[in-house]
Design a protein around this ligand. Structure first.
Ligand SMILES: *[C@@H]1O[C@H](CO)[C@@H](O)[C@H](O)[C@H]1NC(C)=O
Ligand SMILES: *[C@@H]1O[C@H](CO)[C@@H](O)[C@H](O)[C@H]1NC(C)=O
Ligand SMILES: *[C@@H]1O[C@H](CO)[C@@H](O)[C@H](O)[C@H]1NC(C)=O
Ligand SMILES: *[C@@H]1O[C@H](CO)[C@@H](O)[C@H](O)[C@H]1NC(C)=O
Ligand SMILES: *[C@@H]1O[C@H](CO)[C@@H](O)[C@H](O)[C@H]1NC(C)=O
Ligand SMILES: *[C@@H]1O[C@H](CO)[C@@H](O)[C@H](O)[C@H]1NC(C)=O
Length: 506
């Protein structure tokens, strides 16, 4: 009889252990249960009966037992594999595309898409029959999806295109795919370039369990008047938190019917979100680029916020000279890899020996200007671009700008990124900028001509945590250089008491 009991006891122990271990394993696998959680086990077994080796090492468990060990509780304190912070794989991209432009525009998507790390779909009206012939590309692109039919919906806008209806429904169609572990649905166009790591940085600041609608306005004041300052412009991209997407999906088809006169996908989304009472949460790193020409002025004086997106890549000039837009975007790959948080962040400093103003847009371009220009002016984008309403003047932008050529002496010498690398001894990035544009020749000032400088080297320690702090411009310092034609600049967090000072106080 005694033997019987001990076998029974042993079996109970085994059973309980198996259940316990499976439970924890399932929990980790599906990452669904909130934690810390407590599991109470009332069974005649010892703590060390739990085979520790069968538990994933990422799990930290604390055991509590009553003195007679009849009641053991295990509390999962932390699972390092359950990410608290939003990561790239929590995002599903919905890319609005059309079959007649896809062959050309897919190169834009390819320039930022990371196939193994990202989830998302390109939504098309027709999927070209070149399914297998373009298979080379397919590995580097999101999965193509056919939008469902929208011919039953009314569309009454005379200037727009009824494909807007199809594209508006990307949010609900994405949701209905039922993907696991989605925190955000991010919309963009086929001519939108995303800096994915910065998108993650921006979204991880917000609680994805709440309703959020995150994006930005147009650069054109008139566009914002015509559509809305409360609207996230679709091409600049916007993010909708998962619970909000669920709420939107419930009302979307009926809501779309209430606004047949609207123009596009973004105003339809905003109209429905307004019915839910949702405001736009503005993040200025999303760039719609309702502009023509050269966006240099904006990229050289980016707001102090992570650069998230660039849009209208067919409309604006290539962001780097000498080459097409795709090649230009590819040039951002290296600085993005080295220090994505700092990409196109502006630092301003002065070469006091030569009376020059220096502006560094990290990973993009450096400018040297004769004389001293105050930070409050240098931080404004120079008008290198033209408004979406081409005849509009400088008052038609939705932000402050400054004149590009106030006088011929203060036209900048411009240097654009050529290469960048990481030095693993000094733990710094070195980015090289090559002379691209001379300042005006007709200057009679006695100040030295900045175009004497042919190359600029910028040293900077990468800082992935830049945006975890309150936003602040990095400082730059002109370092001594051995070569006459080379300027060496150090960029980094401002030191205690360091300010962007035009004149020495001496
Ligand atoms: C063991 O302790 C629990 C409470 O901690 C008590 O309910 C139970 O009766 C005890 N069992 C024995 C065999 O003492
Ligand atoms: C077992 O322990 C837990 C946590 O300490 C307690 O909440 C529970 O009431 C206990 N059960 C018994 C029967 O003592
Ligand atoms: C493309 O090919 C895959 C298999 O290679 C097939 O499953 C899919 O349906 C095809 N898509 C189209 C639109 O033909
Ligand atoms: C810089 O400016 C100061 C004051 O404006 C002037 O005295 C000095 O000569 C200038 N230096 C050079 C190198 O131009
Ligand atoms: C630095 O890089 C070199 C070459 O890639 C490598 O051999 C070396 O081990 C690295 N040193 C450190 C400290 O990482
Ligand atoms: C560079 O980083 C490595 C590893 O984090 C560290 O051991 C080393 O001291 C750093 N070197 C400098 C110059 O900061």
């Amino acid at each position: 009889m005694k033997n019987h009991y001990s076998i029974l006891g042993w079996l109970t122990k085994l059973l309980v252990s198996v259940i316990f271990v499976s439970f924890i394993t399932c929990m980790i696998y599906y990452q669904k249960l909130p934690y810390p959680i407590a599991i109470y086990i009332q069974a005649p077994f010892q703590i060390h009966d739990l085979a520790k080796s069968s538990l994933p090492s990422s799990l930290e468990i604390q055991f509590y037992a009553s003195p007679n060990k009849s009641n053991i509780s295990a509390v999962v304190i932390r699972d390092s594999e359950i990410p608290k912070q939003t990561q790239l794989n929590h995002i599903v991209f919905g890319i609005a595309a059309s079959s007649h432009l896809w062959n050309h525009r897919k190169d834009y998507v390819k320039s930022w898409w990371r196939p193994r790390e990202m989830r998302g779909f390109v939504w098309l009206d027709k999927i070209a029959s070149t399914n297998s012939s373009t298979s080379d590309d397919d590995h580097f692109l999101p999965t193509l999806k056919l939008s469902s039919d929208t011919s039953k919906f009314k569309y009454k806008n005379k200037e727009g295109d009824r494909s807007a209806l199809r594209l508006t429904r990307i949010v609900s169609e994405t949701l209905r795919l039922g993907l696991e572990d989605v925190r955000w649905i991010v919309m963009g166009d086929d001519d939108t370039f995303f800096v994915a790591d910065n998108l993650v940085r921006v979204l991880s600041k917000y609680d994805h369990n709440q309703f959020y609608y995150i994006g930005s306005n147009s650069e054109s004041h008139f566009q914002n008047i015509r559509f809305s300052y409360n609207m996230a412009y679709g091409g600049g991209g916007f993010a909708i938190s998962y619970p909000l997407a669920k709420a939107l999906e419930k009302i979307q088809d009926k809501c779309i019917e209430r606004y047949p006169e609207l123009y596009g996908l973004d105003d339809r989304i905003q109209a429905c979100l307004a019915e839910l009472g949702l405001p736009l949460t503005k993040e200025v790193g999303f760039h719609q680029f309702d502009l023509y020409g050269n966006v240099f002025g904006i990229l050289a004086a980016h707001p102090i916020a992570p650069l998230v997106s660039l849009h209208h890549l067919d409309v604006i000039l290539p962001i780097f000279p000498n080459g097409n837009q795709v090649q230009a975007l590819q040039r951002l790959n290296m600085p993005m890899k080295l220090d994505s948080a700092a990409l196109m962040q502006q630092s301003i400093c002065y070469d006091k020996a030569r009376n020059w103003t220096i502006s560094v847009s990290w990973g993009y371009a450096v400018q040297i200007i004769r004389g001293y220009i105050a930070p409050r002016e240098m931080e404004l984008p120079a008008r290198s671009f033209v408004n979406w309403y081409k005849t509009a003047d400088e008052s038609a932008f939705a932000f402050n700008t400054r004149s590009l050529n106030k006088n011929s002496c203060q036209r900048p010498a411009v240097y654009t990124l050529s290469t960048a690398e990481y030095n693993n001894v000094t733990n710094q990035t070195i980015s090289h900028y090559a002379h691209y544009k001379n300042p005006g020749h007709k200057c009679e000032w006695k100040i030295a001509d900045p175009s004497l400088i042919r190359k600029v080297e910028v040293y900077k320690k990468p800082n992935p945590f830049l945006w975890d702090k309150s936003p602040r411009r990095n400082c730059c310092r002109v370092l001594p250089s051995e070569k006459k034609d080379t300027m060496v600049v150090d960029v980094g967090e401002c030191r205690e008491g360091e300010i962007i000072e035009m004149y020495s106080a001496s």
